[in-house]
Structure formats: structure tokens, C-alpha cells
Design a protein around this ligand. Sequence first.
Ligand code: PMP
Ligand code: GLN
Length: 389
Amino acid sequence: LAARLQGFGTTVFAEMSALAVATGSINLGQGFPDYPGPPAVLDTARAAIGTPADQYPPGPGIPELRAAIAEHVQRFGGHAYDPADEVLVTAGATEAVAAALLAFLEPGDEVVLFEPMYDSYAAGIAMAGGVARPVPLRPPADGAGRWTFDPEELRAAVTPRSRLLLLNTPHNPTGKVFTRPELATLSALAMEHELLVLADEVYEHLVFSGARHASIATLPGMRERTLVVSSAGKTFNVTGWKIGWICGPAPLVSAVRTAKQFLTYVNGGPLQPAVAAGLRMADDYFTGIARDLEYRRDVLVQGLTDAGLPVICPEATYFATADVRPVQPDGDGLAFCRTLPTRAGLVAIPSGVFYDPAHAHLGRHLVRFAFCKSDDVLGEAVERLRRLA
Ligand code: PMP
Ligand code: GLN
């Protein structure tokens, strides 16, 4: 394994999903729904298979999907991007992020980002020869509060080598939604230091009562320096399809396309018209998935609370974070997750893996549980949580 990939090993999602299968546990680890996507999306994909849509689509994505992405972004409060050269279809949000890092980082360039962080970021930065400069998000003192960051710590992470700010909101694994004042702090910093901003917004529609998603691209002066990433996986319950996209000003998107061309060239021919159909669905589909998931959040948060685990209630996403110290006296979230299949027939993700190894102590006692599961499965999971008491 090349030096730049030392330490990355196997992703925790693969390890924990394999553990769930091997032990017959309910998998509340890797974030994927166990219920199907909307018929309009699934039926369109089925109809496209066996047609010319099976062959290589155009490099930037089929025109119909790029147009649907641009319309959708604008409908939900984003900018008017030109489908011709400001929208690029990618192999999931993961490729969009990786291709952008490869497109913009010179060896040694630094990326400012918050931790805990989605696991592909550190590897993507390393593969591009960059250096991650993580800024900690601090959990609330009690479960009712929000995760916050210290603007001074943020400022201290910026150096003359800083090239890019990588912002994930709504945020995995914390479930935090960055507020407009928080985004204003970030955009002021980006403008002052001429940073590009890569905004991963894959959970844009999975936002619960009281919180509101805003894209940093829409803050004054930010359009020209921001690339916005999203994906069909979470919005249409098709995490295995890996259809994502990235939108931004043409020169930036063109640079990302150069990298994407030689990673995968193109992807998901027959899935592209299906995602276009999904993006064109009426508003009530998008509000409906948020309401539905909020109900599932409440079920899991109550179950964890009843089992004696303090929970940081998420404002968005698929995930709730619990403090395992009451049921794991050494406070080791990784040890807790390794024994959870035998203790309770469940699998979850230790939040420590979402930190730079040097700061993993900050999340050592925290564990992430996914609640994007059907009623029966979630009900059974809550039942099993009682075994921890
Ligand atoms: N970013 C974040 C924050 C995620 O949680 C995920 C989860 N899968 C991804 C990117 C990857 O998205 P995709 O499957 O579309 O590559
Ligand atoms: N985004 C999902 C999660 O955080 C899936 C990640 C993955 O499998 N790479 O669990």
C-alpha cells in the first residue's frame, strides 16, 4: 500500500456491516434505508434497462438529468446553474468530493474541515496529496443543545497553505445543520483567505422540525468560489446507485470534470433518467421523507434514552449519537460496538473513527446509530436496546 494510503485500511462501514451479517444483528451502523425508493424512480430505471441508455452516457451526465439537477437546486433555494457547463454528474457524492480534491489540491495544500468527519474525506485529501486541518465540533453539554465550533479554533486552522474549506451540512455523523450565522462566519473566512468551498449537502432533504438547511453557496459573494455536492442515494433511498452531482461556476466544474473523466469517465447510464424523474417530483415528496424520518429519529432517540444512553438529538440525517459511558464503564465506544452484537444483537458505528487519530479521544465515548429503518426493524432494535440495561 502506498505511503499516502497508510493507515486507511478497511472502512469501518465494511467492517461493521460484515459483523452484522456474521452475527445476525440488526445493522444500525452503515447508513442505508431498508425500504424502497419511490415508484417513479424505480420504474423509470427498470424501463431504461435494455435500451440505448445502457451504453456510455455523455461525459458530464445525460442532458435530461443535468437539467433536472439545475431545476431542483434552484427550486430548493440554490442558484440557477447552467446545465450545459455548471452541472456534472458523478459516481455518487463520494466521487464528486474526490474529483474536486484531485482537481484543486497541489501536494501539501491544506483543507480545513470539521471533525468528526465523513470517512472518505481524509482518504480523498490524502490521495490528492493534501493535508487535512480538522477543527473540532463540540458536543452540547446536554442532549437538547447543538454541536458548535469555536470561531477562534477555526481561524487558527487556516494557514498560508489553506486552499479549500470542506463543509458537510447537514452533517454526518453529528446530525448538525449549520445555521445561517455559522455559514456567515465560514464564508467570511473563505473570502478573507480566498479559499474554495466544497459543500457536501447529501442530507439536504433529511432535515427535521426546527432546523433549516441553507447552502453556503447562496451567501453573498460565495457562488463564485463554491462547489455544491449532492446525491440521489439518501433522497430516493437508492444508496447503491451511486448517482451524485456537483454544481458550481463553469471554470470550477470544468476542473472537476477533468479529474472525473479519468476516474470513472461516466456512470450509471439507465439510472440517470430515473434520478431525473425523482428530482422532478412535487415538493410534498421531499417534505414527506423528512417527516417520515423525523418519526424514526424520535423512536430511536426514545429507545436509546430508555436504555440509559444520553443522546445528542440530531437536527437532520440518518443518525443519532449516544454517549455509551453509562453502559460501558471504560467509555470505549469501539469496544462497545465490537461487543454490541453479542450484548444486544445490534451493530452501530463508534464515532471515534470519524476523527483524525490525534483527536480520536474527543469522540471515544460516542457511538452513532442509524434510524433509517422500517417500523418492524426499528421496533425490534429498540426492544433489543433494553438488554443493555
Ligand atoms: N457524504 C456524506 C456526508 C455521506 O454521509 C455520504 C454517505 N453515504 C456520502 C457523502 C456518500 O454519498 P454517495 O453514496 O452518493 O457517494
Ligand atoms: N454515508 C453512509 C454512512 O455514513 C454510508 C457510508 C459508506 O458505506 N461508505 O454510514
